[in-house]
Design a protein around this ligand. Structure first.
Ligand code: ADP
Ligand code: MG
Ligand code: MG
Length: 906
């Protein structure tokens, strides 16, 4: 049997269905499903994503030959259902050719509308519909889109306007009119021939007249668009594999541009920015799909409630609103009723917020797309929790609906209320994607990238954004556009990225050529600061202060739900009481890694530290260490107090000593004076500490084993701080961790020092305090001999940064020189320092856990590398039976959610 490459749908029947999205793409699968559940959809067919891969393997002509029969048969299928004929001038059928991948990639790939028109067919279309203007409007749109997408007539420089827009503006200027819909039929005809002429002149190619040729050109160009730059970038950002491919859906056109009983729009079953359960959307009368999302005409609201809100935001009074910008609910109440019922039906069917496209052709409603809507982090949480409360989904599903990394958006700073009151409001636009953003103005995507790379925070200011601006949007703190509504590409993409966006700020006048923007008399240039409030649509002059976010409301409820299902607990990596507090507020139940080295850098401490390192006698070192002791004790006191009641795992001194010594003459002279020795002596000692490969040199437990007095001092500091807290009525749980063990003896000797020091201290203080001694597993040999190490070590903490470094033999600090090439050549799929390598490094973890627990069944195991806050790594840690993960404070909620998901997924 031949492989099935094309799936038809139409008239309440379909060969595909919703769960075939891998093969039919999200759009194709849902077009099929909508047919099956009785939502009106124009008939059509979908070419599978497998064919896309075939296309890139075999090339264009082979694939066209393979598909020919199937496509011709499927076009007949549409013709039968539409009772018209493709390419027939008496009774023509027009189609759209649309892209659609497994994961939705809004606006990243190409779509062509009104395909099948030529100089003959357009006459037939005019006759058939009795609407000549409409026929030529469709024709000029088709030539414009096809000329751009398939034939490649695009602006040459970034400052240039679109070549087709330029022609339209010339034609309009000749007649002194402003709006597209003021053009006469004659002018539309003129546009068609001017467009074709420009295409021929600039690309050297003739515009294809034969509809079947047009169709093949469009199908191939949709496949090609899978590999365009913006689609590649989007996939990279979203982690979508290029092997997935795009499907192509071809379907009968329905027309929103047939006059005032026709319209087109986009709607959401809930608010994609805030998550509120409010049906909302935008539409345009007498327009075609692209008009709404392209941000060229500012669309009107679908619901009356939305329209009132919009008018308030735009300072438009009620008379003007209701006469000039009525909502669909007011202007087309009957259609609105149908739309409202269908959006509810679709949400109930998919049990998730839907993002839908529709067109009204002369009073008849058609759906053209539905998908689970992109949403902001806050909306993601609210919608999941609301659907749970409404009984649409269960707890596990609600947890699964939230993407751990997107919680980051709920942790972003928000504007400080008092700072906001004092800020100067320049203007207001639509609150397209919430958040607080400050930065310097740039006007072009590539500048946003460049400035960002140079360490600037930028706000991208555009007349409108197009999918080409993706990389710039991603580099910017926020986006401000003059045109475009809540459903414009800018808004949809910004919400998907969790980027603050204010769109449709009509009062701003952007001048790309001189790189400035005028807002209500204020002229701002590239590099000037502005601030955006994506939640209210307000635009402020200069920088407005921000403050950290809090975990409240639905977010707090979600976190509670995590605790109900999780097995792994989440600790934090914190070196200061402040970080410990922040993390505790985010739900951390202990510190998984407290580094001590930074504590030696502040003012007086660094001098004592240097004195310790530079002296070459035991006495000298002890003297210096005794100066450090009270400082260290103070530090540990603060941290143990901030994490009261929870374990605090403190790592003994780890970095190579030379990092602490003065390398400059001034510092060396200072130390010479301090210690009463010659500068030469200091320099000699500094030189003697220099190493060829310090990360593999004299560091970690190798320090404690060569200078046990350091371990002694640190143990004293930790335990005496704990004793003091205990006496004050607190409940400290110190853990002392020996770093960089490779050989069991390294650990055992250090453990002995720690235990003896503790015993002496407890005797002196007359108080016993429970504490634990454990080790970091970060050298492969330690993992392989974990059964020996666990004899005396009470816990393991996997230091996966070093463990990754040593397993791969990649220096963490030098990987940048080859990582991009490795990723590009697919030698590596991801940076192993960001995402735990489960096969290699993970295997070592598994071995260590198993061996360790053979010796000590209740051995506590945790992870404290960067990976402890990365969702897929957290899930791995859950699978191999670790007890906790530890991550930076701002990733704690992310790790908690990933841990709960891991427990549910099993
Ligand atoms: P994107 O992925 O960029 O949204 P789509 O394939 O969804 O691209 O199409 C772009 C626009 O064209 C949408 O607004 C859609 O509703 C409209 N459109 C697509 N096909 C048809 C059709 N057959 N009839 C009318 N409008 C269509
Ligand atoms: Mg679409
Ligand atoms: Mg380490």
């Amino acid at each position: 049997m031949r492989e099935k490459r094309v799936y038809t749908f139409g008239n309440g029947k379909a060969e595909g269905k919703a769960d075939m999205r891998n093969l039919l793409g999200g759009k194709g699968a849902n077009l099929a499903e909508m047919n099956l559940i009785g939502v009106p959809v124009p008939p059509g067919f979908t070419i599978t994503t497998d064919v896309c891969n075939e296309y890139f393997e075999k090339g264009k002509s082979d694939v066209v030959a393979i598909l020919k029969e199937d496509v011709e048969r499927s076009v007949k299928h549409i013709e039968t259902l539409m009772n018209s004929k493709f390419g027939d001038s008496a009774n023509p059928l027009l189609v759209s050719v649309r892209s659609g991948a497994r994961a939705s990639m809004p606006g990243m790939m190409d779509t062509i509308l009104n395909l099948g028109l030529n100089d003959d067919v357009v006459v037939g279309l005019a006759k058939k519909t009795g609407n000549e203007r409409f026929a030529y409007d469709s024709y000029r749109r088709f030539v414009q889109m096809y000329g751009d997408v398939v034939m490649g007539l695009k602006p040459v420089n970034k400052e240039d306007i679109d070549p087709f827009e330029e022609i339209i503006q010339q034609v309009k200027a000749q007649r002194g009119i402003k709006l597209d819909n003021e053009m006469t039929t004659e002018e539309l005809k003129q546009l068609v021939s001017l467009f074709k002429k420009a295409i021929k002149e600039r690309t050297g190619q003739d515009f294809p007249n034969n509809p079947m040729d047009q169709l093949w050109g469009a199908i191939c160009s949709v496949f090609d668009s899978w590999m365009n730059d913006r689609a590649i970038l989007y996939r990279k950002m979203e982690g979508i594999p290029s092997e997935w491919g795009t499907a192509v859906s071809v379907m009968a056109m329905v027309f929103g541009n047939m006059g005032n009983t026709s319209a087109t729009g986009v709607c959401f079953s809930r608010d994609a920015a805030t998550g509120e359960n409010i049906f909302n959307g935008e539409y345009l009368v007498n327009a075609q799909g692209e008009d709404v999302v392209a941000g060229i005409r500012t669309p009107q609201q679908i619901t009356k409630e939305g329209s009132l809100r919009w008018a308030k935001q735009q300072d438009i009074n009620e008379d003007i609103r209701s006469s000039k910008y009525p909502s669909m609910e007011e202007a087309m109440p009957e259609i609105f009723g149908q739309l409202n019922a269908l959006q509810e039906k679709l949400e109930k069917h998919y049990h998730d917020m839907q993002d839908m496209e529709f067109t009204v052709q002369e009073g008849k409603l058609w759906f053209l797309q539905t998908r689970n809507g992109k949403r902001t982090g806050p909306a993601m949480v609210k919608i999941a929790m609301d659907l749970l409360y409404e009984g649409q989904i269960d707890e596990k599903t609600a947890l699964g609906r939230c993407e751990p990394n997107k919680l980051d958006e709920l942790l972003h700073p928000v504007f400080d209320k008092t700072a906001l009151k004092q800020a100067k409001v320049l203007t207001r636009g639509l609150p397209a994607s919430p958040g607080a953003a400050c930065g310097q103005i740039v006007f072009f995507a590539d500048d946003a990238e460049k400035w960002h790379a140079d360490g600037h925070q930028v706000i991208m200011v555009r007349i409108e954004t197009s999918p080409e601006d993706l990389a710039g949007m991603s580099a910017a703190e926020g986006i401000l556009t003059a045109r475009g509504g809540m459903t414009s590409h800018a808004a949809v993409v910004a919400r998907g990225m969790g980027k603050c966006c204010v769109s449709g700020a009509g009062a701003i006048n952007v001048d790309y050529k001189v790189r400035s923007v005028e807002i209500d008399g204020v002229i701002l240039k590239e590099g000037d600061y502005i601030s955006l409030n994506g939640s209210t649509g307000e635009v402020y002059l200069g920088q407005v202060n921000t403050k950290p976010a809090e975990v409240t409301g639905d977010f707090a409820e979600l976190m509670k739900l995590c605790d109900k299902y999780t097995r792994l607990v989440v600790r934090t990596n914190a070196d200061t009481p402040h970080d410990a507090e922040v993390a505790r507020n985010f739900g951390a139940v202990g510190i998984g890694l407290c580094r001590t080295e930074h504590m030696f850098f502040e003012n007086e401490k660094i001098k004592a530290m240097r004195e310790m390192i530079l002296s070459d006698t035991l006495e000298g070192r002890k003297k210096a260490l005794s100066k450090l002791l009270p400082y260290q004790k103070q530090d540990f006191y603060g941290i143990l107090k901030a994490m009261d009641g929870f374990p605090v795992n403190i790592r003994l001194l780890d970095p190579p000593l030379h990092e602490f010594v003065p390398h400059d003459l001034k510092g060396q002279e200072e130390m010479a004076k301090e210690m009463g020795v010659s500068v030469q002596k200091i320099q000699q000692r500094v030189n003697s500490l220099s190493e060829h490969n310090p990360m593999l040199g004299h560091r970690g437990c190798r320090l404690g084993n060569t200078y046990p007095e350091i371990t002694e001092m640190q143990t004293m500091a930790i335990l005496s701080a704990a004793i003091q807290l205990k006496k004050e009525g607190f409940d400290p749980h110190p853990e002392i961790m020996v770093p960089l063990i490779g050989i069991v003896n390294e650990f055992d000797l250090q453990e002995k020092v720690i235990r003896e020091t503790a015993a002496n201290l407890f005797k002196e203080e007359g108080i016993e305090l429970p504490f634990r001694v454990g080790t970091m597993i970060e050298i492969p040999r330690a993992a392989l001999t974990a059964d020996y190490i666990a004899k005396n070590a009470e816990y393991f903490s996997f230091g996966t940064n070093d463990l990754t470094q040593m397993t791969y033999g990649y220096s963490r600090d030098d990987i940048a020189s080859f990582l991009p090439v490795y990723l590009d050549k697919k030698i590596l799929n991801v940076d192993p320092f960001q995402v735990l390598d489960q096969k290699g490094v993970g295997e070592l973890i598994k071995i260590a856990v198993e061996k360790g627990r053979k010796t000590r069944p209740n051995l506590t195991c945790g992870i404290c590398g960067e990976h402890g806050g990365e969702p897929s790594s957290v899930k791995f840690c859950n699978r191999v039976g670790l007890n906790y993960v530890s991550c930076s404070p701002f990733r704690v909620p992310i790790a908690r959610l990933a841990a709960a998901q891991g427990a549910i997924e099993g």
